[in-house]
Design a binder for this molecule. Structure first.
Ligand code: 5AD
Ligand code: SF4
Length: 472
């Protein structure tokens, strides 16, 4: 019998990327094979995000297209997963008659059963049950992991912070951490499948283990650091209020921990930070940045800001811009504030007009774009260790810009910058560089990437002792 085909569309954060992999593996157990073609699918699942209005609109517009497709393909099963599913539940069924299944962020392990019921009875199901502190189900590790160098690993779910603008605590539930043993055994299984780098995921990894009598996050990092065959560790996201000295020291002491932290500041105005319920001041944020750079001078710091939070005055925005200029982030995501009910900021008066938000957004992005490019250009002439994850896009598209003899590869530095680099085929000895750490001499810096030439192939790909584990 031909396998049934699953098309999975993921919108949103890394947490959703991880959940989508779990969805695919759960469905593999009941005969579904993943396909890249929407037209050929028997089951289409849209894994949705509700953190900002745009992401939610994207999900509904895709569902609209799928509904049209289903008119000509009556047996097609359409499922909605993720945060919009969790939040809207039954309302999606009413709004979208073509949808067969709506399942929430805690229902993924029940998926095989739900799909089998729909296949057998063509019924419509909503499963958005949430328990206060769920036991996080064991993750699945699939054989399809083999082609990946870098994988996400969820170490905790939910969030207890209730930032005033944010819907996450309402759709992802209370903060719950996975047991260290379970995380370690998942990472070991990934490493056995060829994975070299893991990114540990949580809404606020600094509070890992809180109230659960587990180890601390820095202790967890130290344990993961011992896993043989793993080259690099990353994590996201950190809340500035909980970034303590132990975690800052980890950037110096834990050899495999990459020199990059994503530390969302959201605003540079103390008045706005207070209204956002962020529980730190701009001064405290700047102190943490200084401490991080003191401990690990090469560290790259990236951040998120929200522009146009209700009541954000011109002076407040100026303070955000000043903070961005002072910190000199390596990268910045700037978002236009949107109301996300039931987040409490929805009820705040003094909404800021689209025109003002758009001007402020342009101002901050224009500054950051220039800065990111100039920071990348400052790296010209240096040598960076790059963990290779494949051939560059250009190469994969069959359009190498160098001579015919050269292959262009791509990977990331420890500081999370993308590097495209050439390797002379003669030197490369036709070796597959995927998963190898390569020393690259940087010769150009752009807005979103660096480019260069591999100069240090021998120790890294021949596995000289110590070099394989070189994260920095
Ligand atoms: N409006 C705009 N941006 C938001 N974010 C979260 N909620 C909102 C909202 N209501 C942004 C924050 C967060 C990132 C993941 O999304 O900057 O760090
Ligand atoms: Fe949302 Fe704040 Fe939790 Fe991040 S820490 S998920 S912004 S409530």
């Amino acid at each position: 019998m031909n396998p049934k085909r699953l098309y999975l569309h993921t919108i949103g954060c890394q947490m959703n990327v991880y959940d989508s992999e779990q969805i695919a593996m759960q469905l593999a157990a009941v005969g579904y094979e993943q396909t890249a073609s929407m037209d050929g699918a028997d089951l289409i699942i849209v894994n949705t995000c509700t953190v900002r209005a745009k992401a939610e609109q994207k999900a509904f517009s895709l569902l609209g297209r799928l509904a049209k497709m289903k008119r000509h393909k009556k047996r097609l099963i359409i499922g909605v997963a993720g945060c919009v599913a969790q939040q809207e539940g039954q309302r999606i069924m009413e709004r979208m008659p073509a949808v067969d299944l709506v399942f929430g962020t805690q229902a993924i392990d029940r998926l095989p059963h739900l799909i089998q019921q729909i296949e057998a009875r063509r019924c419509r199901i909503v499963d958005v049950d949430m328990v206060v502190t769920p036991d996080i189900p064991e993750s699945l590790v699939g054989s399809q992991d083999q082609s990946h160098v870098s994988k996400f690993v969820t170490i905790m779910r939910g969030c207890d912070n209730y930032c005033a603008y944010c819907v996450v605590p309402f759709v992802r539930g209370r903060e719950t951490s996975r047991k260290p043993e379970s995380i370690i055994s998942e990472i070991k299984a990934l490493v056995d499948n060829g994975v070299k780098e893991v990114t540990l995921l949580g809404q606020n990894v600094n509070s890992y283990g809180k109230n659960q009598d587990l180890c601390s996050f820095p202790e967890l990092l130290a344990m993961i650091n011992e896993i043989e065959g793993l080259s690099r560790i990353r994590f996201t996201t950190s809340h500035p209020k909980d970034l303590g000295p132990d975690l800052i020291l980890a950037f110096r002491n834990i050899a495999k921990l990459c020199s990059h932290i994503h530390l969302p500041v959201q605003s540079g105005s103390n008045r706005v930070l207070k209204r956002m319920n962020r529980n730190y001041t701009r001064e405290q944020y700047l102190d943490k940045v200084a401490e991080l750079r003191d401990t690990c001078p090469q560290i790259a710091i990236t951040s998120d800001i929200i522009v146009g939070f209700p009541g954000e005055g011109e002076t407040d925005f100026e303070q955000t811009l000043q903070l961005v200029k002072t910190v000199q982030f390596d990268g910045l995501f700037a978002f236009q504030y949107s109301d996300r009910p039931p987040a409490p900021a929805v009820k705040l008066p003094e909404k800021i007009s689209e025109a003002i938000i758009s001007n402020r957004l342009q101002a901050v992005l224009a500054f950051q774009d220039k800065l990111t490019r100039s920071k990348n250009q400052q790296l010209v002439g240096s040598t960076q260790w790059v963990l290779t994850d494949g051939l560059s896009k250009k190469q994969a598209a069959g359009n190498p810009a160098g001579s015919n003899q050269e292959l262009q590869w791509t990977g990331r530095t420890s500081t999370n910058k993308i590097v495209n680099f050439y390797v002379d085929e003669s030197t490369a000895d036709n070796q597959n560089l995927i998963g190898k750490l390569v020393g690259v001499h940087i010769d150009k810096g752009y807005s979103h990437s660096l480019s260069g030439r591999a100069i240090n192939l021998e120790p890294s790909w021949r596995g000289l002792k110590g070099v394989e584990n070189y994260a920095a």
